[in-house]
Design a protein around this ligand. Structure first.
Ligand code: C2R
Length: 180
């Protein structure tokens, strides 16, 4: 995929460390993205312009991440018909519940597809899943991801069984717990 189809907007540069996990995923599977900082509160004009121009610039999905009273994803969604994925970020005071509710509880008519608190990787996977409807190469990468997750689970399962055989535990579910 040569052209950028995903626009990522962060409420602040202080959000970058949490976004890193998602960005690394996109880099690893080779899906280009553009990244910008804006704020519905601190720079409403820029936020509206980003949302309004995204489609004509070839963007197909927008990911918006913000903490605290996180109005950014909702405001972006109100100015575009592109799908918007919101990432609630954990602040100091309320553990991310503030941003989670601000993003997920949108009024009828303006949805924001909300992932878990700090779940930047899931947001980027979801963005790729939307693109995979149209782009076979993205679909293929996602299928490979599913396969690698299965292998990882299998590997961990074998490892646990090997360890429990060594220690004499039974190795499955609650049955493996030692009796008091
Ligand atoms: P600073 O670290 O810049 O003070 O930002 C940002 O996403 C960040 O998590 C603190 C937090 O404020 C958030 N922020 C919003 C919005 N703009 C910034 N929630 C907005 O417009 O929704």
């Amino acid at each position: 995929m040569a052209k950028t189809k995903i626009l990522i907007i962060l409420g602040s540069d202080s959000d970058l460390p949490i976004m890193e996990d998602g960005l690394n995923f996109l880099k690893a599977i080779g899906v280009p993205f553009s990244l910008d900082i804006s704020s519905a509160h601190r720079h409403p004009e820029k936020t509206v312009a980003l949302a309004q121009k995204a489609r004509e610039q070839g963007i197909e999905v927008i990911v918006a991440a913000a903490g605290l009273a996180a109005h950014l994803p909702g405001v972006v969604a109100s100015h575009t018909t592109l799908p918007v994925i919101g990432i609630p970020l954990k602040g100091d005071a309320l553990n991310g519940l503030d941003s989670l509710l601000s993003i997920v509880q949108m009024p009828k008519g303006v949805p924001v597809a909300t992932v878990g608190v700090n779940s930047s990787r899931n947001a980027c996977i979801l963005a790729c899943e939307i693109l995979s409807i149209k782009y076979a190469e993205v679909r293929k990468k996602l299928e490979q991801l599913k396969e690698s997750m299965k292998k990882e689970v299998e590997e961990k399962s074998k490892q646990v069984l090997r360890n429990t055989v060594k220690t004499g535990a039974r190795g499955k579910g609650q049955g493996s717990r030692k009796k008091e």
